[in-house]
Design a protein around this ligand. Structure first.
Ligand code: AMP
Length: 627
């Protein structure tokens, strides 16, 4: 079948289309009600079906491929390297499930996971899925204030963490960050479960903190059956940044997500059972949930969980793993490729990459030089894919599993089956049907399986944030600008809101501003994303100091810059730290007091700031230029 026909069927006959895809997974009760659109914009899938993500990722493979590798863990930080077959993974997950149950975790309870890339993190996620607990993984690079806000919102019964993570050989103690987060949080979990990697000393709070190792020993050999869950029950929540300082808990279901991933493994990633998938993301991001943990395992593939940098011990490490584990499908981010590009291409050429069929890249725009370089170096298709935490799986890419279609540099590709993608005029809501017209990328109802159910505990915010931004229409806004060309290929042109993308990670400038403002020497601040050759964007902070004297004193400015960076580091994490902090006497604002972020950004990037008729004090922009 041509991809065009495949896509059209998913739009014209969504129930028949998705009922067919639903056969890719195991159900305890096969759904007969496929699509429920009775409460727009909430789309529900497979409503009377019952299944379990862990069953589909682990148990159902036991008979045919119990001895084949399921989880391959490699840490170039600690030198740990180990393989778990599906049978061994099944044992580990059951044992972890027994540990969670012993700590009082039940169906519907939240388990917050704040862990480095170690197998215990995957066991925990799968164990939650097994017993119907809701996991909420927080990226290990976040610090105490970010963590505290997520703990308060998720209200977990249990937090699972470790003594430390490690990055580039530098140990990052997690436990003190967690303790500080719990001190800040109004919500307290009943228990904390801690893996001791023996990387950093760890203090335990008696009665609250439990040692993973002790519990694991106690529950060795435990058998915990999968809890069959209604398709619409919650599998996980995952926090993402938006335009306010308060992160949103993106909530996902069980059945729809399982089907969406199984279908994407077949039609997009073309992964076959017994093969190996290597996704270099982190379990703290949606890509890690979908394509380190659930997607490959659901497809019966081995998945590589890699802790470390792409260039340590040298820039050949990933390719060495591709050769060693005969990786068939790889998934990474443009930033990582830009980092590798700075190193000798021989690192790549030295290895036998013959097993590799394709490299998928996502998370940020893929620029042409990067795409060309990696494409030539690897000699396999490099496939851009565009999606979001909210969508769970790609909206735009090429479905080579259905039909091989040519890629266009700079474009993630075509709308994937099930996604009703439109380009809309932001002001009028009108659809821009003519090619090459810039508008907001929007999605019409019904949203396909795998798309977020709602914002955790806040249906109203879900509707307001995503579905009411475009006048006169109930459509989902991606908050991205885009165009569609005459061949139907889409191009993504950046965010419509104040979200920035640093090395493929999404950060809200408001969150960073709030953190910078908490420094007592700061009167006012504006944070903008500025183009960066490697990271895509970096955050730049413009600060009006409380003491004007700072402006004239270079030593004081440097001191304060370092101090502010440290504040953001300890509150939000190094990821959010501004690349530079610049001091100015005033910030450019409109007469009504709105910050002119876009003008600031344009000036920083050496572009024309555009219409400045509303600016209150034109010298403010001059000062930014001067910095
Ligand atoms: P996140 O929810 O953190 O995955 O971030 C999603 C955002 O990253 C999108 O809304 C886009 O702005 C950007 N993004 C993700 N993938 C791509 C891509 N392939 N091309 C361009 N932008 C992308």
């Amino acid at each position: 079948m041509s991809y065009a026909a495949f896509y059209q069927r998913s739009i014209d006959e969504p129930e028949a289309f998705w009922a067919e895809q639903a056969r890719l997974i195991d159900w305890e009760r096969t759904p007969t009600q496929i699509l429920d659109e009775s409460r727009p914009p909430f789309t529900r899938w497979f409503t009377d079906g019952r299944t379990n993500l862990c069953h589909n990722a682990v148990d159902r493979h036991l008979r045919e491929r119990g001895d084949q590798p399921a989880l391959i863990h490699v840490s170039t930080e600690t030198g740990r390297e180990e393989r778990y077959s599906f049978t061994q993974l099944h044992e580990q997950v059951q044992r972890t499930a027994a540990m969670l149950l012993a700590l009082g975790v039940g169906r519907g309870d939240r388990v917050l996971v704040y862990m480095p890339m170690i197998p215990e993190a995957v066991f925990t996620m799968l164990a939650c899925a097994r017993i119907g607990a809701i996991h909420s993984v927080v990226f290990g690079g976040f610090a105490s204030v970010s963590l505290a806000s997520r703990i308060e919102d998720a209200m977990p019964r249990l937090v699972v963490s470790a003594d430390a993570g490690s990055r580039g050989g530098k140990v990052i103690p997690y436990k003190p960050l967690l303790d500080e987060a719990l001190r800040l949080s109004a919500h307290q979990p009943d228990a904390v479960l801690l893996v001791d990697r023996q990387l950093a000393p760890m203090e335990r709070v008696p009665g609250r903190d439990h040692a993973w190792e002790t519990l694991a020993e106690r529950h060795a050999g435990a058998q915990v059956p999968c809890e069959w869950l209604d398709s619409g029950e919650i599998s996980y929540t995952m926090y993402t940044s938006g335009t306010t300082g308060r992160p949103k808990g993106v909530q996902r279901d069980v059945g729809g997500y399982a089907v969406a991933l199984a279908a994407s493994m077949k039609h997009i990633f073309q992964g076959a059972p017994g093969e190996t998938y290597f996704c270099t993301s982190d379990i703290g991001w949606v890509v890690g949930h979908s394509y380190i943990v659930y997607g490959p395992l659901i497809a019966g593939m081995a998945t590589i969980l890699y802790e470390g940098l792409p260039i340590r011990p040298d820039a050949g490490i990933w390719w060495q793993l591709v050769e060693k584990y005969r990786v068939n499908v790889m998934f990474s981010a443009p930033t990582a490729v830009r980092v590798l590009k700075k190193h000798d291409i021989e690192h790549m050429k030295r290895h036998d990459l013959g097993s590799l069929r394709a490299l998928f890249l996502a998370g940020e725009p893929l620029d042409e030089p990067t795409a060309r370089w990696i494409n030539e170096a690897l000699g396999v298709p490099v496939i851009d894919n565009y999606w979001q935490t909210e969508t769970g799986w790609p909206i735009l890419t090429l479905a080579h599993g259905v039909e091989r279609q040519p890629a266009k540099f700079g474009s993630p590709g075509l709308p994937m089956y099930g996604w009703r993608v439109k380009i809309l005029d932001q002001a009028t809501g009108e659809e821009l049907t003519e090619p090459n017209k810039k508008g907001v990328v929007a999605i019409e109802l019904p949203t396909p399986p795998g798309f977020m159910q709602t914002i955790w505990r806040d249906d109203e915010r879900f509707v307001r944030t995503y579905w009411q931004g475009i006048p006169g229409r109930t459509v989902y806004s991606t908050f991205d600008w885009g165009i569609r060309d005459e061949d139907g290929y889409y191009f993504i042109l950046g965010r419509t809101d104040d979200v920035i993308n640093v090395a493929g990670h999404r950060l809200g400038t408001r969150e960073i501003e709030e953190s910078v403002s908490s420094h007592p020497a700061v009167a006012e601040v504006a944070v903008v994303g500025v183009a960066d050759a490697v990271k895509g964007q970096v955050a730049m902070a413009f600060v009006v100091p409380r003491e004007a004297a700072v402006l004239e004193d270079e030593a004081a400015r440097l001191r304060l810059e370092g101090d502010i960076m440290k504040t953001v580091d300890t509150q939000l994490g190094a990821l959010a730290r501004p690349a530079r902090v610049r001091f100015v006497g005033a910030l450019p604002k409109t007469r009504s007091g709105k910050l002119l972020r876009r003008a600031i950004q344009a000036v920083c990037e050496g572009r024309d700031p555009g219409d400045l008729s509303t600016i209150e004090d034109p010298t403010a922009l001059e000062q930014i230029k001067g910095r």
